[in-house]
Design a protein around this ligand. Structure first.
Ligand code: ZN
Length: 134
């Protein structure tokens, strides 16, 4: 796992309705609920994921702004050791059945979003990701 690279999914719990200033994306409203974020790490998945769990860090990605909010927590992490191109394919797949947060995490690609509000976890069924034990 240490040197693993690939794509990861963060299952994110937003515990109340919040407004978050997401850097260049502007102010975004998040309804209370469950979200999934799709990212990739080409060096170390482990380090990247640990970074997502640390609070009060310098904000670089859109996701850093969301995860810094006290009402927000990561509830589960899933990983898949695949090439970077898979990141956008997975985002598109999730977007077929879930609601995108427009532009979020998608500054460097043509996707509508890499963050989705999800009703349940049925979208995980076809993605062949494995759950990371904490
Ligand atoms: Zn993308």
């Amino acid at each position: 796992m240490t040197k693993a690279k690939g794509v990861y999914l963060l299952l994110i719990q937003v515990n109340m309705d919040i407004q978050v200033d997401v850097g260049a994306l502007g102010t975004v409203n998040f309804e209370k609920g469950l979200y999934v974020y799709v990212g990739s790490a080409q060096n170390s998945l482990e380090k990247r994921i640990a970074r997502h769990f640390s609070r009060g860090k310098r904000k670089f990605w859109h996701i850093d702004y969301l995860l810094d909010n006290p009402a927000v927590e990561i509830s589960e992490v899933f990983v898949k050791e695949v090439a970077r191109q898979e990141e956008c394919k997975i985002a598109k797949e999730i977007g077929k059945t879930n609601v995108p947060v427009n532009g979020f995490g998608a500054s460097d690609c043509k996707c509508k979003s890499h963050l989705f509000k999800v009703g349940d976890l049925s979208f995980l069924r076809n993605l062949r990701v494995k759950q990371l034990r904490k």
